[in-house]
Design a protein around this ligand. Structure first.
Ligand SMILES: NC(=O)c1ccc[n+]([C@@H]2O[C@H](COP(=O)([O-])OP(=O)(O)OC[C@H]3O[C@@H](n4cnc5c(N)ncnc54)[C@H](OP(=O)(O)O)[C@@H]3O)[C@@H](O)[C@H]2O)c1
Length: 284
């Protein structure tokens, strides 16, 4: 059994990934207190003692608003934390896979599904720090794999934290007939976390580099919400309101193309489109 260290195992993605991988892998899942990624000493002594073959790094400050208000803390955890783990991975010969974000594309002006080779210049601290983390990790450990994940969703499940997300917001609005505003000038993939978790083992075999990792979606966010309500045969489509003013400066397109990871994994890594993922989720 391959020995894999998962950081952030208590988080939204981590708790689900542990459940999915625990029968096939020997997992090491230290808590934040036992393994603070901002401490190079704590990392080194843990890795020296436990000798994982791979590290899946999910620990982060994942809240973009919090990062905007606390840029130093965001830098420390989301950049320095990645540097520390990349250095240790290079030193101990571990495969290093970590989560970046589609937010690295939030300053791009191109339309359509974005590929990893477009020049990026993110407009918020979270995006900038994720980009820096990618660059530093690949310098320190060229075999590192950075996954540009999209906004993820799942239902609330027992024993695992769940952030507010697209389906939870929609279900709450449908139950209460509350209204929700969605931007017509925003394009992004929205991905069921089950699909992310299902594809994760294949990422351990990817060559070093940056990869988009999530659902493709050619609809804008308002259209996505409308299509979801139609799929749910919900009788009050007026609960979804078109927000035509948000992202007035430029269309915010962070929607990803999945071609690179699909090809590099010999076709093993594949995601349903956002709408197909939502359909599969709701039929579960
Ligand atoms: N969720 C999304 O929709 C989304 C979208 C794109 C990218 N991502 C990225 O995907 C990854 C996983 O996200 P997530 O939603 O699962 O995050 P999350 O639920 O916020 O979990 C973050 C985890 O990191 C741990 N952590 C925070 N600071 C730490 C530190 N200094 N040392 C050790 N552990 C620390 C937390 O432990 P404690 O709670 O004990 O502090 C928690 O287990 C992150 O890199 C995130 O940026 C997420």
């Amino acid at each position: 059994m391959k020995r894999v260290l998962i950081t952030g195992a208590s988080g939204f993605v981590g708790s689900r990934l542990v459940r999915a991988m625990q029968n096939e892998y020997e997992l090491l899942t230290p808590t934040h207190a036992a393994f603070d990624i901002t401490s190079p000493e704590a990392i080194e002594s843990y890795i020296e003692e436990h000798r994982p073959e791979a590290i899946i790094h999910l620990a982060a400050i994942s809240n973009t608003g919090y990062c905007e208000e606390h840029p130093e803390e965001s830098y420390l955890v989301n950049v320095v934390g990645v540097e520390n783990l990349a250095s240790a991975s290079a030193k101990y010969g571990c495969k290093f896979v970590f989560f970046s974000s589609d937010q690295v594309y939030n300053g791009n002006l191109e339309l359509g599904l974005l590929t990893e080779d477009v020049a990026v210049s993110p407009e918020n601290h979270y995006g900038r720090h994720k980009l820096l983390a990618e660059q530093r990790a690949l310098q320190l450990c060229p075999d590192s794999v950075a996954l540009r994940a999209t906004w993820m969703y799942d239902a609330e499940i027992e024993g695992a934290p769940t952030h507010k997300n697209f389906v939870i917001n929609m279900h709450e609005a449908m139950a209460s007939h509350g209204t929700l505003r969605f931007a017509t000038r925003e394009y992004r993939g929205i991905t069921w976390v089950d699909e992310v978790v299902r594809n994760m083992p294949y990422t351990l075999e990817l060559p070093g580099g940056v990869y988009n990792f999530g659902a493709e979606n050619e609809l804008n966010t308002y259209e996505t919400a409308c299509a979801y309500l139609a799929m749910m045969q919900y009788e009050h489509p007026e609960i979804v309101i078109a927000d035509t003013e948000r992202f007035a400066e430029h269309i915010r397109n962070i929607s990803i193309s999945m071609q690179k990871a699909h090809k590099a994994s010999g076709g093993k890594i594949s995601f349903r489109s956002t709408l197909e993922g939502l359909r599969t989720f709701e039929q579960k």
